[in-house]
Design a binder for this molecule. Structure first.
Ligand code: ADP
Ligand code: ASP
Ligand code: MG
Length: 449
């Protein structure tokens, strides 16, 4: 079989949550011979358990119960497969995991944390390769760490893309001629041979990088919803699936919090112009969303994304008035602490900036030395508990009445900061966390009714 028509298929956590779910995915792979490379996430819930396991100072009893919990999730699948060799392999991995957890308890390190986090994908990929074999697909397990080389920024490692392209052609492509390969999303390996991870939800990104490296014809992201919706279907049952969306719009959605895609997923796909399909592994017959360069329609309003846990920092100084260099100093402090600014607005003597704050990480940093360092330069105020809403569409910056349509709808909701103009694809603003769902529901019913 040649690789002239190659689809990289990625299955997320719920898609490989249990044996039945895995069987549905196996059918999807089997029914389309172009599916040659399969990228899987950890079975649903496993990575969350591993995150807890990787933390410092967790009680031994909790460690044991987490390990038992993870083992149960995998064993429930293994009993259905009844493959002694596989069960033995998974037992070895679970023993290794227990050892790492013990080591982490004695001497905590970020490197061990990443190693611990990788076990979900290590297990699900081995298991899924066997599930594929059980339905008659000639398939094998492939360790992605052979090709996905990264730096040592544990938890958020950056992939060496050139190296990946070289490695993929050398080690992956020849094997794909003969067999379907099942590999791991989310994980990589640094120069020292240690395991690294690419950030939560990173399997989408892994799959996109592999698709790019292999110059695949398609990337298919199989998840638990029938494509990309006009907003998160968990917020409103009015949300509906979008048939077709451009790279630019979908990338903005992912960037601004639509959990359906990891924020970086579309970057490799765009570089190589690889169309991306998003669909539900539970209901593949229902179709899904196609993300590509050329689309038939480019509506003003395409979707609404919501990102919670945002931090707003306002810096104020009379020195800013007619002065140059003030902002450079502020950003030098932020850069030193590796804090990345999302939105920014300015007035004559003040600047407001937002920071993404997953699991309180930015909050912790801002509470420590950063604020003190900024206070050497200016007055600083920090607000937490905000949500970022992005209205995504086309020509938003050139369309009359967009602002009125949006903000008239939000009467009664305090809008904390507004950003628009830098991109044709979005208008963003902050609201109080408590009012975020209400704001999205109101906007959705007014813009998509
Ligand atoms: P997976 O484990 O397959 O990667 P995720 O949980 O990461 O799945 O992403 C799928 C979830 O993303 C959906 O269940 C849905 O609740 C959420 N989501 C957020 N925004 C959107 C959107 N605009 N369209 C569809 N799903 C969305
Ligand atoms: N298993 C990882 C996570 O839960 C990666 C992924 O699912 O994309 O974050
Ligand atoms: Mg995901």
């Amino acid at each position: 079989m040649s690789l002239n028509n190659l689809t990289v298929a990625k299955f997320g956590g719920t898609s490989v949550a249990d044996f039945q779910a895995m069987l549905r995915c196996a059918d999807i792979v089997k029914n389309d011979a172009t599916n040659r490379l399969v990228v899987v996430s950890a079975s649903s819930g496993v990575t969350n358990l591993l995150v807890r396991l990787s933390q410092q100072n967790i009680p031994a009893s909790e460690q044991q119960s987490i390990l038992a919990n993870i083992s149960d999730i995998q064993q429930n699948i293994l009993v259905q497969l009844n493959d002694q060799q596989l069960s033995d392999e998974i037992s070895v991995l679970l023993d290794e995991l227990a050892e790492h957890a013990k080591a982490q308890g004695i001497n905590h390190s970020k490197s061990i944390a990443d190693t611990i986090l990788s076990y979900g994908e290590q297990m699900s990929s081995r298991i899924f390769a066997k599930v594929l074999q059980s339905v008659g697909v000639d398939s094998a397990y492939f360790d992605v760490r052979q090709v996905m080389k990264t730096n040592s920024l544990y938890g958020q490692a950056l992939v060496d893309i050139e190296q990946l392209q070289k490695n993929a052609k050398e080690y992956l492509a020849p094997k794909l001629q003969h067999q379907v390969l099942v590999t791991q999303g989310f994980i990589g390996q640094n120069e020292q041979g240690e395991t690294t991870t690419l950030g939560r939800g990173g399997s989408d990104y892994s799959a996109a990088l592999l698709a790019e490296a292999l110059t695949a014809n398609n990337l298919a992201i199989w998840t638990d919803v029938v494509g990309i919706f006009t907003t998160d279907p968990r917020i409103t049952d009015q949300a509906r699936s979008i048939k077709e969306i451009s790279f630019g719009e979908a990338a903005e959605m992912a960037t601004f919090g639509a959990k359906i895609l990891h924020p970086a997923t579309l970057i490799p796909a765009m570089r190589q112009n690889i169309p991306v399909f998003v669909g539900s592994s539970k209901e593949p017959e229902k179709g899904g969303t196609r993300i590509q360069q050329q689309v038939e329609s480019r509506p003003t309003y395409r979707s609404i994304a919501l990102r919670r846990e945002q931090t707003l920092v306002t810096v104020k100084s009379p020195a800013m008035l007619h002065a140059s260099g003030f902002l450079a100093n502020v950003f030098a402090v932020l850069a030193k602490h590796e804090l990345s600014v999302d939105l920014i607005t300015t007035s004559e003597i003040s600047v407001a900036m937002t920071f993404d704050n997953p699991e309180g990480s930015t909050q912790a940093l801002l509470n420590s030395t950063v604020v003190q360092e900024l206070e050497q330069l200016c007055e600083v105020s920090v607000e937490h508990g905000l949500s970022l809403i992005a209205v995504v569409g086309n020509q938003i910056h050139r369309t009359n009445g967009v602002g009125t349509s949006i903000f008239d709808t939000l009467k009664g909701i305090n809008v904390r900061m507004i950003c628009q103009g830098a991109s044709e694809h979005n208008l963003c603003f902050l609201v109080d966390e408590q009012q975020a769902n209400e704001a999205v529901e109101k906007l959705h019913s007014s813009l998509f009714a």
